[in-house]
Design a protein around this ligand. Structure first.
Ligand code: 26V
Length: 749
């Protein structure tokens, strides 16, 4: 089908009396036929991205854009009296939690856009990440039945299903293919578990609660399920094409392991070569070593997958035996290398009756990469320091990126057009040209201010519709949107807001430009303290929004059900991006890049990719505050007493005491007292204020107020914002994916 044919069929489409959902399915199906018209050029080598999560968001607008028919579709529908935005009713496919899953989706987009053969493998969860409602200030989780609108962007491949065996059950893995449109059409293949009731459970939920033994076992099954389906299929395909020889497997395939979740793929791969093709153990290990590469996305110990050996033995006895064999081989290797006992135990696949997926990945992976410069340095210095000593050649950095197609062209047409009018349209196919804006900033600040105002207004209208809160058009927008975690320090932002509020009330903060703080965050359902922080922010919001004395200057909004589609609105309408994690703990961040590209200044700590953002856009165009990694390390060893900081500073006392002095209600749950104790007394085996909130709070408030003052000089502030957009090309995932392709995968278009 040619473009003209697609347009003709769309024009002929009967729309009267049809529901939004029916129209969505019909137009999407038409676009699928149109999109899949092209024959694919065969390639020598494919890269495969194995990931538990792909946070795709809404496919409709993005796919029509990638197919080059979004504007036509909008116009044709308008002629029929239909506003294309009605399809915003169709919910996102939220098959991911946050950064790691969204990165996977951006990578697929970039690879297809550049014509690189990168295929994704994951799980087709029946229910994605829960939908969040806020009731009485508390997070409530509702099931995300994303398929209820239909799933016109997937194709079920009935005749390519596979069998995955556990000791106690046999499961059918049915592939669903989602094409990824671009210069090339790649495929995201998601496996659905079918069989009896127990079998189906495997692909029922993203992230089953793993605070019970049963939950952990289910998670282990999920990880093995999709890893086994994927490598089983790849090996079979190889045999069909090249026979039962595997010395050349890595010439045609490379498998990227997205964090520790799919690492069992390594064991399954070796198992199959030995059991089904009589390859000997050490040859199989060598082939695996050329095939797998590992990306680490966090240094938080609780997020590094470790499996209880007993559990593995129970449901995957062959994998258990193989892991033990790998462990023995590893011990031999370490003896040859003269490793000390401590070093060997640091790197051990098996220790204290547990299997470490991170250590397995580092031992077998041909490369190990972090996701921002600082993060990679931390991997080399801390988390994997012993491995780095013995295998330095494996370690690489690949600073994350975001796709400018969704995160600029799609979510900010107005800014994209301003860029077109200033430097021409070529940047749309070669993002490195965006830096051309640097030469034109003074001429376009007025126009940029106008564009920002338009995007801000759109955001405020959306917030009004979804949250029922009015925000006047002249308010500066400060946003902190990301998963809720103590290390990301949303609580510190809440305290900073309270301090500013206090200053407005008692007149010490003067001449304040009206501002709104926008929060968006989901907490893991079992993460009590994160949920308490959500409640606290909502309490702060209620109090401040209803204070007639200050609400003309200061408002707070916690948006419900923050997701990819909400993010598209927020990143475009924001002036100040809040990226305030404890230095050393945010591996990279990718939201920070989306805001930067859309012309927000960063108010943040020297952490993750923030460091590279200010390196490129200029420290003078951003607002950096707080302790750096060295200082945090020093505080940890030399002692840190948050209670003293609180006593010394009346504003801190005001903000922190608000947790317990009756200013706010936690609904009688005691959860605010728990937050207070964690900060001042210490809780859960942590010292008080484990994330150094009180340490950085004062400099944070100062930075926020400085921004507020600087904002008054509209031209100079818009210049800072534009400097961020102009220097954001480095954070395109096109750049990132090209680095993976050239430095790890050795694939070309
Ligand atoms: C997961 C969990 C789950 C258990 C509770 C503690 C905890 C802490 C962190 C995580 C994160 C899992 C991995 C992840 O999503 N990492 C994110 O990856 C992004 C893409 O590389 C990166 O930008 C973020 O900085 C990083 O947090």
């Amino acid at each position: 089908m040619e473009t003209t044919e697609f347009i003709k069929q769309l024009e002929e489409l009967k729309t009267e009396g049809k529901t939004t959902q029916e129209l969505y399915n019909e137009i999407s199906s038409l676009a699928m036929i149109f999109g899949l018209r092209k024959e694919q050029r065969p390639v020598v080598k494919n890269a495969y991205y194995l990931s538990m999560e792909f946070l795709i968001g809404r496919s409709f607008f993005n796919n029509l854009m990638e197919l080059g028919v979004l504007d036509e579709t909008r116009n044709i529908l308008a002629q029929k009296g239909i506003d294309i935005n009605i399809f915003e009713e169709i919910e996102d496919a939220a098959l991911g939690n946050g950064g790691l899953g969204r990165l996977a989706a951006c990578f697929l987009d970039s690879a297809a856009g550049l014509g690189l053969p990168l295929q994704g493998y994951g799980i087709r969860y029946r229910y994605g990440l829960f939908k969040q409602a806020i009731e009485n200030g508390f997070q409530v989780e509702l099931p995300d039945d994303w398929q209820r609108f239909g799933d016109p962007w997937s194709i079920r491949r009935e005749n390519e299903k596979r069998t995955v065996r556990f000791a106690d059950m046999t499961v059918t893995a049915v592939p669903y293919d989602m094409p990824v449109f671009g210069k090339r059409i790649n495929v995201l293949r998601l496996w659905q578990a079918e069989g009896d009731e127990e079998a189906q459970k495997i692909s029922e939920y993203l992230y089953p609660a793993d605070d019970t033994e049963e939950g952990k076992l289910l998670r282990l099954r999920q990880e093995y399920f999709f890893s086994a389906a994927a490598v089983g299929e790849l090996i079979e395909k190889h045999v069909k094409l090249y026979g039962r020889k595997f010395h050349n497997f890595a010439d045609f395939n490379v498998i990227q392991l997205n964090d520790t979740h799919p690492v069992l793929a390594i064991a399954e791969f070796i198992r199959i070569l030995i059991a089904d093709y009589q390859v000997n153990f050490s040859d199989a290990v060598e082939i695996a070593r050329k095939t797998f590469a590992y990306t680490n996305h966090t240094i938080m110990p609780e997020a590094l997958e470790c499996w209880d050996a007993g559990q593995v033995k129970k449901i995957l006895p062959d994998i258990y035996a193989l892991l033990i064999k790998l462990h023995l081989k590893q011990k031999e290797d370490f003896d040859k290398l003269n490793c000390s006992e401590e070093e060997a135990s640091d790197m051990a696949i098996y220790s204290s009756d547990r299997f470490s997926m991170a250590n397995l990945a580092v031992y077998i992976g041909k490369t190990v990469n972090g996701v921002a410069k600082l993060h990679t340095e931390i991997l080399k210095d801390s988390l994997f320091r012993t491995a780095y000593r013995y295998y330095p050649e494996k370690f690489q950095n690949k600073t994350n990126g975001i796709t400018q197609r969704r995160w600029l062209m799609l979510c900010n047409r107005e800014l994209s057009e301003l860029i077109d009018n200033t430097i021409g349209k070529e940047w749309r196919s070669d993002i490195s040209l965006l830096c051309g804006l640097n030469g034109h900033i003074p001429e376009i600040t007025n126009e940029f201010v106008r564009v920002k105002a338009v995007k801000r207004k759109q955001l405020f209208d959306y917030i009004k519709k979804h949250e029922g809160i009015d925000i006047p058009e002249n308010f500066i927008v400060y946003s902190q949107v990301k998963r809720l975690h103590e290390y990301k320090r949303q609580l510190m932002t809440a305290f900073a807001i309270l301090e500013i509020y206090k200053g407005l009330k008692d007149g010490t903060v003067k001449d304040f430009q009206p501002s709104v703080f926008v929060f968006g965050a989901k907490s893991a359902p079992s993460y009590k303290r994160a949920k308490a922080i959500i409640k606290f922010i909502n309490e702060v919001a209620d109090k401040l929004n209803s204070d007639e004395q200050t609400n003309k200057f200061l408002k707070v909004v916690f948006v419900q059900n923050y997701n990819v589609s909400y993010a598209e609105k927020i990143v475009a309408g924001t002036d100040v991006s809040l990226q305030v994690s404890t230095a050393g703990l945010e591996a990279s961040g990718t939201g920070n890049m989306k805001f930067m590209m859309n012309g927000a200044v960063t108010c943040g700590t020297m952490d993750g990719a923030n460091i590279e953002i200010v390196e490129l856009a200029g420290k003078e165009n951003n607002y950096i505050f707080g302790a750096e990694v060295d200082e945090i390390e020093k505080l940890k060893t030399e002692g840190y007493e948050p209670a003293k900081l609180m006593q010394k500073n009346a504003l801190h006392r005001y903000a922190v005491s608000a947790l317990t002095d009756g200013t706010f209600s936690d609904g009688g749950t005691g959860c605010f007292k728990d937050l207070y104790d964690a900060l001042i007394v210490g809780a859960s085996w942590h010292k008080p204020d484990h994330y150094f909130v009180l340490h950085d709070l004062q400099s944070y408030v100062e930075a926020l107020l400085k921004i507020n003052t600087d904002y008054k000089d509209q031209k100079s502030f818009a210049t800072k914002q534009l400097k961020n957009t102009a220097n954001s090309a480095f954070f395109s995932s096109d750049r990132t994916i090209m680095e993976y392709a050239e430095e790890i995968w050795n694939i070309t278009d």
